[in-house]
Write a protein that binds this ligand. Structure first.
Ligand code: FES
Ligand code: FES
Length: 897
């Protein structure tokens, strides 16, 4: 039970004994009245394959268990209901069956962050026990209750079909163990993730562990008159309550600006409904939440500023005390756009609007902090930049950075939403205050309220072309709602401006982009980072021009895409690795085939920076440490790979192993990737599709030093204890507005073309995605990134949104939020194009984000071709394509978990 407000009532109810069979063993446990089976399994029985993705909604499938042989989401089953029954989880399967299931998922690259996968795996077992040869439709039906935010389900289907075939004795999973660049090496720790054995933060336990809960603002804007914790303090089991008064250091944190308080103090304004007012540590989570519900906050409610256009008016109240309401204003200007438009043969204009959406990674935020006994502390985080976490938490605690160790627990999805801190500081502060280990895990509702979202951006575009369809000028004005705190909002709008012309050659450009504060939930990084929004507009404009000129969508793009030697919007001249033309060629046949068949078809092109660029110095940092020599082929020794970037399902750790294998020739089993603060490897955030690019190069550099020693005839035994450094600094990019002879906005760009084909009812039937990835270090993982992105992009185009009509999200329910289910996914064909990037490791560049950059435009084009209506706003919920989806219907009245 995690719903704040009801705990106090339940708390006083008595415990009772539950007797049931768990994984074949009789169990007798003491449970609380109203406790869910998921809580019993995790908290009392030590069963961690059942994950909590949305309790008590019952809408993600992560907590699946078999009850008397029937699959049930255990978060909605009262524990008392299983009295006398038999409960089976993945832990209870035979070792042979566990291995087979795990190998099938890993062999097909059927997992990414892995958080959802134990649920899928158990559902697959249940299905195949009843139906050994299910069709794809039957599998989709069985998966209807499951959600995966990473994979796009395609490789999950593959995994289940392989498992079925293996169980029938027709084949066996084959794991790729070679590990060279270009091979689809099995994901690092993939088997244990499939089985739910590799812990996420919330799975960590410690002796004497305290559990925490936070008190969030009830209003988007109000003055906090008082915070009274006395009733909460009096609750038995409460150990400590922290408020702003307890912060020994700097209460304000932030990635770019210290403008976000970890606690809002009495006398201050709350600025959004994710603001934290207090945090409780108690003997168990239930008590912590009950106490949090007893914290009394008196507010003087103020009128919130919810519209960015109202926020930039002179008389608007200032939302964030450390900034004007206009957080940033980016101008990109080249040539003479206005005059060029006046001289153009064709000019189109329109206002395109995109929506706020929720990242909805399946693992809600969680942090665990523990004292180390020598006045130092250790933080287990799932953040996207552990050194930024360390810097900010140490500052809040008023301690030196080296007094805080930080370790990444690879997370259950992030997509940009775990760049800013969520509850790391509050958790560590409570550990400091109590001298005991403390864990805080957010509920789904709390997660949605706290972390930054994708920016809604309104974009007014005017675009011209000549009578052959060649672009002449782009003028655009963009306003993005960045919510209450800066996060990286200024960079998102900067990126939108820099990608305002897409991968098209435009000689005259005038684009202005502003990030504006409101009292809505903050917006920050999310996969695509401003590029998605801009591409929806520019590709929409291109379709309009195509109609004016009398060209089809493919042809107008072919006439305009950039090549080596051409400038992008910012004026950067592309010098290498520009594979956009090859991606267009790759989709030409399916595009024209669909047209000939009379299908509604849409096309979109995309580009996306790899690396933050825009003048920011960036690092790749790695250390290879020879830990132990090998003793046999089965025990070939251990070399740790330390790096500063985060594994969040994208497969970074596997890629880094492959970079080390490629250089050294050692087997992949030798390498053990780690992300912690043992070495000072601060690289900033895992963002901007740069971890493979820079982290891979750093590992490559360190591995080359190790290889040199190996080539001298030295063995791992000789080298034991040696540390090999790899350091890459990229500091040659150009800041916006910087005076320079040569603009280099970014180190590298990925390129893509996607084609969306509808069926005769207007449903999305097929997607073809051709991507220039430079070099596919691991083709299966690379494909998986693109498939998962298309899944996210289809949701963005059709069903996903997070309206906040009065500053509070209108819904917290997973189905309402519109993330597509397995049965909603069309057929997806991924075509990998390799135009090597000389600045990347082995020619690779980032693929994490670009997968959904062209998607919404391709869908909009297909729908316009189907019903003749050009849509300018996302999501396109009124379209037949969206109506056919099973999710994304937000009831008029606000719902709440
Ligand atoms: S946690 Fe049970 S369905 Fe999501
Ligand atoms: S692998 Fe499914 S949510 Fe990440």
């Amino acid at each position: 039970m995690k719903k704040a407000g009801t705990e106090a009532r339940h708390y006083v109810e008595s415990m009772r004994t539950l007797e049931f069979t768990l994984n074949g063993q009789p169990r007798s446990v003491e449970i609380r009245a109203g406790e869910s089976l998921l809580e019993t399994l995790r908290n009392r029985c030590g069963i961690y394959s059942t994950k909590d993705g949305c309790q008590p909604q019952g809408q993600c499938g992560c907590c699946l268990a078999l009850i008397d042989g029937l699959p049930k989401v255990s978060c909605v089953v009262p524990a008392e209901k299983v009295a006398g029954k038999s409960v089976l989880t993945l832990e209870g399967l035979s070792e042979d069956e566990r291995r087979l299931i795990a190998d099938c998922f890993v062999a097909t690259a059927g997992l990414q962050c892995g958080f959802c996968i134990p649920g899928f795996a158990l559902q697959a077992k249940s299905l195949l026990d009843k139906n050994p040869s299910p069709t794809r439709d039957e599998i989709a039906k069985a998966l209807a209750g499951h959600l995966c935010r990473c994979t796009g389900y395609i490789k999950i289907f593959d995994a289940i079909e392989l498992l079925a075939a293996a169980k029938r004795g027709e084949t066996q999973p084959v794991l790729n163990g070679d590990g060279r660049v270009g091979s689809s090496l099995a994901r690092v720790t993939g088997q244990s993730m499939t089985l739910g054995d590799r812990p996420y933060v919330d799975d960590l336990e410690r002796p004497g562990l305290l559990h925490g809960a936070v008190v969030l603002s009830e209003h988007p804007r109000a003055k906090v008159m008082s915070i009274d914790t006395s009733k909460a303090q009096a609750l038995p089991g409460v150990v400590a309550i922290a408020t702003a008064n307890d912060v020994p250091g700097d209460r304000w944190v932030g990635l770019l600006y210290n403008d976000w308080p970890v606690f809002v103090a009495e006398g201050e304004e709350v600025r959004c409904v994710g603001d934290v007012l207090a945090a409780v540590a108690a003997v168990d989570e239930y008590t912590a939440r009950a106490a949090a519900a007893l914290v009394e906050v008196e507010y003087d409610i103020l009128e919130p500023v919810l519209d960015p256009f109202a926020a930039i008016k002179n008389d608007a109240p200032q939302v964030n005390p450390r900034h004007d309401n206009t957080l940033s204003h980016t101008v990109v200007k080249r040539g003479f756009a206005e005059a060029a438009l006046a001289a153009s043969a064709h000019v189109v204009s329109g206002t395109w609007e995109t929506q706020r959406i929720e990242h909805l990674y399946l693992e809600p935020e969680s942090a665990l902090a523990e004292p180390l006994g020598d006045s130092r502390l250790k933080l287990f985080t799932q953040g996207q930049g552990i050194f930024d976490d360390r810097r900010q938490v140490a500052s809040v605690l008023g301690i030196e950075k080296d007094q805080l160790e930080v370790e990444l627990v690879p997370n259950g999805g992030a997509f940009g939403g775990k760049e800013d801190m969520s509850i790391q500081a509050q958790t560590t502060l409570l550990a400091q205050m109590t001298g005991r280990p403390v864990k805080i895990t957010l509920t789904r509702e709390e997660s949605i309220r706290i972390h930054p979202k994708r920016h809604p951006i309104q974009m007014q575009y005017t675009v011209g072309c000549d009578d052959e369809g060649k672009l002449t000028a782009v003028m655009a004005d963009m306003v993005g709602d960045t919510g209450a705190y800066a996060s990286v909002g200024s960079k998102v709008l900067e990126r939108a401006a820099g990608h305002s012309c897409g991968p098209y050659k435009v000689p005259n450009v005038h684009v202005e982009a502003r990030a504006v504060h409101t009292n809505n939930p903050p917006c920050g990084a999310m996969r695509g980072f401003g590029a998605n929004q801009a591409h929806f507009a520019i590709d929409g404009a291109l379709d309009l021009l195509a109609a004016e000129v009398g060209l089809d969508g493919w042809e107008i793009r072919w006439r305009n895409v950039v090549s080596v030697g051409d400038p992008v919007a910012t004026g950067q001249i592309l010098e290498k690795s520009v594979g956009i033309r090859e991606t267009l060629e790759a989709v030409k046949e399916p595009y024209y085939e669909a047209l000939v068949q009379g299908r509604a078809v849409g096309i979109g092109c995309g580009m996306k920076n790899s690396g933050i660029g825009n003048g920011a110095p960036e690092w790749g940092r790695a250390r290879l440490v020879v830990e132990s020599p090998g003793t046999s082929a089965e025990s070939p020794g251990t070399i740790s790979i330390y790096n500063g970037y985060t594994e969040m399902g994208q497969g970074l750790l596997t890629i880094l192993v492959q970079c080390a294998v490629e250089v050294t020739g050692l087997p992949p089993a030798v390498f053990l990737p780690k992300v912690d603060s043992t070495f000072d490897l601060d690289c900033g955030q895992t963002t901007g599709s740069r971890a493979t690019l820079f982290g891979g190069r750093a590992v490559q550099a360190a591995a080359e030093k190790l290889k040199a020693d190996l080539d001298q005839g030295l063995s791992l035994a000789d080298l034991q204890g040696r540390v090999y450094e790899g350091e890459i600094l990229i500091d040659d990019t150009t800041a916006p507005g910087q005076e320079t002879d040569k603009i280099k906005t970014h180190t590298s760009y990925g390129f893509a073309t996607q084609v969306c084909i509808l069926d005769s009812d207007g449903r999305v039937e097929r997607f073809v995605a051709a991507h220039d990835v430079g070099r596919a270090i691991n083709p299966a993982l690379c494909e998986g990134q693109i498939e998962g992105s298309i899944h996210m992009g289809l949701g963005y185009a059709l069903t996903e949104e997070l309206p906040c009509p009065d500053g509070m999200p209108a819904t917290f329910k997973l189905r309402d939020l519109g993330v597509l289910r397995a049965k909603d996914m069309p057929e997806v064909e991924v075509i990998l194009v390799e135009d090597p990037e000389p600045e990347g490791p082995f020619g690779a560049k980032g693929v994490g984000e670009i997968g959904l950059v062209p998607t919404a435009a391709a869908v909009a084009g297909a729908i316009a071709s189907f019903d003749g209506v050009r849509r300018y706003s996302l999501p396109m919920k009124d379209s037949p394509a969206a109506q056919a989806m099973s999710v994304g219907r937000i009831p008029k009245r606000r719902s709440s978990t």
